[in-house]
Design a protein. Sequence first.
Length: 255
Amino acid sequence: MEGPSAIDVRSTPGTVVVLRTLGVSADQGSTGGASTPAGAWVVLPSIAGTPAGAADGSALSSARGAVLTVAGHDHLCAGAGVGVVAPGDVLDSCGTAEALVRVVAPPLSPEDVGHSVAAGVTVGWHVGRGRQALLGGVWSGLALQEVLDELLAGGADRAEIQAGALSTAPGDGPSLDLELHSLERAPLRLPDGFTAGRIWRAAVDIVAAEVDAVLQAIEEVAGPSRRIVVTGGWAHDEAVRASKARLGAVEAPPV
């Protein structure tokens, strides 16, 4: 079950309030007594997997008995899976959306929280006990896929695109206008007169520069990163993977 939520990042390890969309019979954590109707508010325990009640089936009969708990979110869980759990660790999860998750030791001051949020970086609790997380992201994978689709539609070969990008010096590609912060997508127009490899080089460079900016915003609050672990589907692209070297001490897990 998902719904609108509010997180108190000042508490330890955090209190999560979820607007329920199904009736829940509460055995712990509920503010509504032994049984509360669909749509009521409930305060959930903040330890993932701790039961907070079960759906009574009044809104959706097939959900009767479904346990309500706290879980996720996906990038933080992925970070735990590849060992990104110590303060100073960063997960660079390169999917359709690219997320940078920095593990920090609490507490962050209200000023640091405000500075982080103003820079577009969220502040919350990590899935690792006693850890907070700063999370920033860009729609890099979505933008890269749009460019790649256009290049392939124009007759370019994927191997040719990769080889051309890797043989082009960073910054030596044409100017591109990529949307990296919105799901509202305008038609993509690629420049004429350039090889597919140079255009791909340009797209990778633009994404890398934006990722650099997000990481810088995170480090302005949390300090220098200790290690960066890169994972996700786009980390398998040779040019994208090569561009990560500029981030510093980068690791790639064997999964």
